[in-house]
Design a protein around this ligand. Structure first.
Ligand SMILES: NC(=O)c1ccc[n+]([C@@H]2O[C@H](COP(=O)([O-])OP(=O)(O)OC[C@H]3O[C@@H](n4cnc5c(N)ncnc54)[C@H](OP(=O)(O)O)[C@@H]3O)[C@@H](O)[C@H]2O)c1
Length: 222
């Protein structure tokens, strides 16, 4: 049995969820992939088990419907599109009480995804905290990390800004960032997530210009 916390990834069949699940399972975290469909979740978990077999490594991964996945986990990670964010939170509210919820959401509003359009609350993560209530410790991170790069399992470099109102919860997410091969940095209270979420549109603009998948790396300290 692992001494690491069990992570449920809501929307874990998608691009970012798949990348994070791969990295965390390989780092020894038990992961439950969540989906609206239990069948899709189980299929995604089986695909990850195949990958582990190919690599000849052990790992604990399973699949479950989103709310069931969240109920059985210590840490719940939200990886659903912004358009589905509010609805997903309402469905999850009871299941995540007392837990750490890691929100990766960048509040992109198509078609102008290269333009910053933060919600009236200030950020998606602040909306998450308001909807889930103070019984949940919401932390925001990973908005600046490209899903494809996580999925590729090549060595990665760069920083992950981690924002949250409880430092202890942020430290747990910093460990999750390190487990992906990136550097996790405490970047202040949850309100500061506005900056990370806005950076996604900035990076999309850079990516379109240079046909790349840029991330961020802060300079001036080690
Ligand atoms: N893609 C990236 O590079 C990247 C990077 C940083 C942050 N993010 C953030 O991560 C989140 C997910 O992005 P993504 O690119 O991974 O999205 P995605 O692949 O389009 O979707 C992720 C998953 O969301 C679920 N979903 C779709 N509609 C839903 C609904 N109505 N209710 C509940 N779940 C629904 C789907 O899972 P099921 O159909 O299995 O339920 C889907 O597999 C976004 O908020 C994005 O801003 C993405």
């Amino acid at each position: 049995m692992s001494d690491k916390p069990t992570i449920a990834i809501v929307g874990g069949t998608g691009a970012l969820g798949t990348g994070l699940a791969r990295r965390w399972v390989l780092a020894g975290y038990p992961v439950v992939i969540g989906s609206r469909s239990a069948d899709s979740a189980v299929k995604a978990a089986e695909a990850l088990k195949d990958l582990l077999r190919e690599k000849g490594v052990k790992g604990a991964v399973s699949g479950a419907e989103n709310v069931e996945a969240a109920r059985g986990a210590d840490i719940v990670v939200l990886t659903v599109p912004f358009s589905q964010h509010a609805g997903a939170l309402v469905a999850l509210r009871d299941a995540v009480q007392g837990k750490l919820v890691l929100d990766t959401t960048a509040p992109l509003v198509p078609p102008r995804v290269g333009t910053v359009q933060l919600p009236a609350s200030g950020s998606a993560a602040v909306s998450t905290q308001v909807t889930l209530g103070e019984g949940v410790s919401v932390v925001s991170a990973f908005q600046t990390v490209a899903a494809d790069k996580l999925q590729a399992l090549e060595p990665m470099e760069g920083d992950v800004l981690v924002c949250g109102n409880k430092r202890e919860s942020c430290d747990k997410v910093i460990e999750l960032a390190q487990a992906t091969g990136l550097r996790g940095l405490y970047a202040g209270p949850l309100a500061n997530s506005a900056a990370s979420e806005a950076l996604t549109s900035v990076l999309i603009t850079i990516n379109r210009q240079f046909k790349c998948q840029a991330g961020i790396k802060l300079t001036g300290f080690k």
